[in-house]
Design a protein around this ligand. Structure first.
Ligand code: MG
Ligand code: ZN
Length: 361
């Protein structure tokens, strides 16, 4: 009996061990390490040619070159192979393919809840940083629900009902400063970046114009400073945060077929990417995503010199194109963004990682 007992207990012990091992392996497979802070950086109109050119002119020193999880995003909108920035941003903000021009609404023009609204409901920190008007299509699609991107006044009005902690960009003429102050915002503006504002809520307008100027016309380190400042403020929220940063004018360089404008804006945007990347590297709980809503200009790099760091570019259009755009991911959950995905999948992946209950979304 004694010699039987031992093998039986050994078998039980072995089988328990095997069970534990397989259960453990399954648990690890299923378990994605989740971030609780997400920084989504959108280079408007930034395709691979724009990134390749910026990399060439910086001798390969782009922060984007440090990312090792890379995917491709299909950018078509709900009604056109070629998206515009409103439908492109709504795909990222709300997970729906909608018609060109739509701001945070679906094909039926009805509001669709945005990632930023889900984050607000979870008492997370929220922020928007941009180099255009805050009412412009890309940032607007994260807080506003309007049938048309041209409705700047209505879009601005939608912001009053969204207590976003940090808002930095242009668009001052569209906002009622007294009202913002009544809502608890510290409001500041001026050509010099006077970072006197801090937690909990502030609004910073680059200047009194609708849009901040081009980087080449004196915008300086506004975007990277704004990004760093927003991260520092939002990180004081113990529930985590969602921050969207836009390099708006890469797109405008494409529309103008102005290669110098395109490249300088892309290099400037990459500095903001670096601020986010460096923060995430130290933090360990932050997912950084860098992508574009679409490519602009059909930019081709036809000839170039390695010695002189020059490129002979050619634009094929003054509008957007349908080519897939890259998405770069760094940090916990980044693996979800590898492969070829629809733009709407970016929304669902972020919501899954942040644990949002989408209900009947
Ligand atoms: Mg934009
Ligand atoms: Zn555009």
């Amino acid at each position: 009996m004694k010699f039987l007992k031992q093998p039986i207990s050994l078998i039980i012990a072995l089988s328990l061990l095997m069970f534990n091992c397989s259960a453990g392996a399954k648990a690890i497979d299923k378990k994605i390490v989740k971030p609780f802070k997400v920084i989504l950086l959108i280079g408007d109109g930034m395709g691979l040619a724009q990134i390749s050119a910026a990399s060439h002119y910086t001798n390969g020193e782009l922060c984007l070159n440090l990312f090792n999880v890379i995917g491709l995003v299909k950018t078509s909108s709900g009604n056109d192979y070629i998206t515009d920035s409103a439908a492109g941003a709504t795909a990222y903000s709300s997970g729906v393919k909608t018609y060109n021009g739509a701001i945070g609404v679906g094909m039926d023009s009805l509001p669709v809840k945005t990632i930023l609204e889900y984050a607000l409901a979870q008492h997370m920190g929220t922020g928007l940083v941009t180099t255009c008007s805050i009412t412009h299509a890309t940032p607007a699609a994260f807080f506003s629900h309007q049938p048309s991107r041209s409705m700047d006044a209505a879009i601005a009005n939608d912001l009053y009902s969204h207590p976003i902690d940090v808002v930095i960009g242009g668009g001052k003429p569209y906002f009622d400063i007294i009202k913002l102050q009544q809502l608890g915002y510290q409001v500041s503006s001026g050509n010099a970046i006077q970072w006197t504002m801090d937690y909990p809520k502030y609004f910073y307008f680059y200047n009194d114009s609708i849009h901040p100027p081009k980087w080449s016309e004196g915008r300086g380190d506004f975007l990277v400073n704004a990004t760093s400042r927003a991260i520092k403020t939002l990180d004081q929220n113990k529930n985590g945060f969602f921050l969207m940063v836009e390099g708006s004018q890469i797109d405008w360089g494409g529309h103008d077929n102005d290669f110098d404008y395109t490249v300088k804006e892309t290099i400037d945007f990459d500095k903001a990417v670096r601020a986010a990347y460096e923060f995430a590297k130290k933090d360990g709980h932050t997912l950084v995503l860098v992508t574009a809503d679409h490519e602009t200009g059909g930019l081709a790099l036809n000839h170039g010199s390695l010695k002189n760091h020059t490129i002979e570019p050619a634009y094929t259009t003054g509008h957007h194109t349908g080519i897939m755009v890259p998405i770069y991911a760094y940090g916990p959950g980044s693996e979800l963004f590898a492969g070829t995905i629809e733009n709407t999948k970016v929304f669902y992946n972020i919501c899954q990682l942040l644990g949002f209950n989408l209900g009947a979304h």
